[in-house]
Every structure is written in structure tokens, then in C-alpha cells.
Design a protein around this ligand. Structure first.
Ligand SMILES: [Zn+2]
Length: 228
């Protein structure tokens, strides 16, 4: 029913597919199929500061390239919340890669989203990562809003690698001691929409590990395979 209503809305609004600009729907089945089923472990993130040779897998659902980069841009900057469900499904594929890579089952694992930048939430009028996390919850995942963002506002895209890594320092704090209590003894996977250097995920993982939380992996919808 939702699909039919969506199709009617597309006709009324004159939408065409974000991916191929050909099919008269928001995101056509060919483009969806092209982006699905490609989740993989992109690389390990290293945490020598926490413990010698500590490495944690980073899974990405797809390369950060068209059409996915366009879909994410439209979702966030053009505020098309109808795309959240599809993006959440892609992210679930990356999360499953961590489960199979580590052999640790989904049950008993919490997902911790990288919070949307507070400046972006104000500017866009919606919390893009929060909405994806809510879709994951309806799919049966347990998510905990454990991190508070205090990154400087501004667009990370305009930063170079060194600036981005510097900006990731002290980017977050843990929301409350009670959340740490809730997570102690549990395994967590940190989730984000796009990762390039991995610096943001590393910062969040390190903060949580130093608070005593067991981080078993990081998962992102889109990611480059650029090495740190
Ligand atoms: Zn298409």
C-alpha cells in the first residue's frame, strides 16, 4: 500500500529515479538492486592507543560513489525521508558483515549511531542518522543514542584529510553515566552514514572503549577504501 501511495506521489510530483533519472519513481528497482548485496569488510581500524594491536573491522554497504552518493545527498540535503528505509536496509547489510566476520551474533549487540551534527539538524530540520536508526529499530535492532555531538558546525566535505582527523578529536561525549552502565558487559557496533578516513568512527569507538564499552565493529552505509 505504501508503495502504491509512493508511486502516486511520484506521478503527482513528477519525480524520476534519483539513481538513473529514467524510471518514474523515487528510486527504481534496478538502482536499488545495483546498490544492494555489496556489503563488505572494507578494512580494520587500528586502536594502538587503547591496546597494542587492537583492530576492529569496518564494514561498508557500498562504495561512496553514484548512485549511492547521490541518494545519500538527496536524503540529507533535499530531505527525502522516504529514502531512510532503503538506506537502513543497506546499513543492516554492513552490520551483518560484522556479525559473520566476527562470529558474534546480532542478539545482545547494541548499535550506537554517530549523531548527526547538531548544526546540520538545525539547518536541515531533521536528524538524518536518527531516522535511519529508528528504521533499524523497527527491523529488530537495538540502538542506543549514547553519543552527543559537539563537532564544530561546517561541512566536513570541504576539509582535507588532516583537517578532518583534527576535527574528529574530541568530537563527542557520552550522553550519561547511566548509558555506560546500560552498555557495560554488552557488545556494540558503531554506525554511520558515510565514512572516508574513518576518523569519526575511530574517535567514537575510542571514546566508548575508554569508557569500558566493548566495541566489536563499525558499520557505514557508504565508504571509501582510502587507508588512514
Ligand atoms: Zn533508477
Amino acid at each position: 500500500m505504501r508503495r502504491i501511495l509512493g508511486d502516486i506521489a511520484d506521478l503527482v510530483l513528477g519525480r524520476c529515479c534519483i539513481g538513473c533519472e529514467a524510471a518514474p519513481t523515487l528510486l527504481c528497482s534496478t538502482c536499488r538492486a545495483h546498490m544492494s548485496g555489496k556489503a563488505m569488510i572494507a578494512r580494520d581500524l587500528m586502536f594502538h592507543d587503547v591496546s597494542a594491536n587492537l583492530r576492529i573491522p569496518l564494514a561498508v554497504a557500498h562504495a561512496y560513489a553514484p548512485p549511492l552518493s547521490t541518494v545519500i545527498f538527496k536524503y540529507k540535503d533535499n530531505h527525502i525521508p522516504e529514502l531512510a528505509h532503503f538506506l537502513a536496509n543497506l546499513l543492516a547489510g554492513a552490520i551483518e558483515q560484522i556479525q559473520s566476520h566476527t562470529g558474534i551474533p546480532t542478539a545482545g549487540t547494541y548499535l550506537i549511531p554517530i549523531p548527526s551534527r547538531s548544526g546540520s539538524v538545525r539547518q536541515r530540520g531533521f536528524d538524518s542518522m536518527g531516522l535511519i536508526a529508528r528504521h533499524l529499530m523497527t527491523s529488530g535492532y537495538r540502538t542506543v543514542d549514547a553519543l552527543v555531538d559537539h563537532r564544530a558546525s561546517g561541512r566536513s566535505k570541504s576539509l582535507n584529510v588532516a583537517e578532518r582527523q583534527f576535527a574528529a578529536l574530541n568530537a563527542f561525549h557520552v550522553r550519561s553515566d547511566s548509558i555506560i552502565g546500560q552498555l557495560s558487559g554488552c557488545r556494540v557496533i558503531i554506525i554511520d552514514d558515510v565514512t572516508t578516513t574513518g576518523a569519526t568512527l575511530r574517535e567514537a569507538a575510542e571514546l566508548l572503549m575508554q569508557s569500558g564499552v566493548q566495541v566489536i565493529g563499525c558499520a557505514s552505509i557508504a565508504g571509501s577504501r582510502k587507508r588512514l
